[in-house]
Design a protein around this ligand. Sequence first.
Ligand SMILES: C[S@@+](CC[C@H](N)C(=O)[O-])C[C@H]1O[C@@H](n2cnc3c(N)ncnc32)[C@H](O)[C@@H]1O
Length: 257
Amino acid sequence: MWDAKEYLKFADERSRPFADLLGQVRQQECRRIVDLGCGTGHLTLTLAERWPAARVTGVDQSAEMLAKATPLAIPHRLEFVQADIADWSADGPVDLLVSNAALHWLGDHRGLFTRLAGLLAPGGTLAVQMPNRFRTATQFAVEEATADPRWASRLQGVGLHRESVMPLTWYVDLLHDLGFAVNAWETTYVHVLTGENPVVEWLKGTGLRPLLERLEAEEQADFLRILSERLKADYPARGNTTLLPMPRVFFVATRYS
Ligand SMILES: C[S@@+](CC[C@H](N)C(=O)[O-])C[C@H]1O[C@@H](n2cnc3c(N)ncnc32)[C@H](O)[C@@H]1O
């Protein structure tokens, strides 16, 4: 279950990569746009504003996130659909397929990206951003907390892991082979967070959800305590601020005609 309120706590920090991704999309004319894993829909709305002639569809499987998105719908212009990206398919060729901070939740990236590439019209664009923190201290801390014998067997194989996102060149190679011109880059954003345990708060809005869901309330508190201790050591507070470096991969791939 996604918690929109928890996710939106860091709305400004989380929307910047979307703007940076869309800054590299050169497509002038778009009739059909899809936003995969659209979440609360606020960023999907900006796609409808930028391409006023397009029909825009936001796809997400979370009823909680879509409850925020649905009031933003505009008849014949912007709609939201509840579906799992793994088996969702477009109703016709797509000019722009966007996905911001969502596709790392899906497995089998070779199969997934091959299928998504096939949904694009000739000259169409696939624009993707994914967080790439799965070989950083945040992930190692989560792995350590997960390994506690009280719940290790229940949490084994659950949630995000070191292979959730492949090296960026892997995606570039795959998309080249599928007949795309690719503009790819990696950026580390340094988020300046405030408050008590802000790194745990950040993770609670995303990566920790599937793990916490499988724990009883008392276990959740213990899990978060273990994690907080480790993260406080890895990301020490400087007065009231804590710096969280967050690497992200981006690619904007355009299909040859
Ligand atoms: C981190 S949020 C990003 C939301 C939005 N794109 C943004 O940038 O604010 C990830 C979203 O992906 C959705 N998601 C994850 N796996 C999905 C799947 N298999 N099918 C559909 N949506 C999925 C989640 O429900 C969540 O709303």
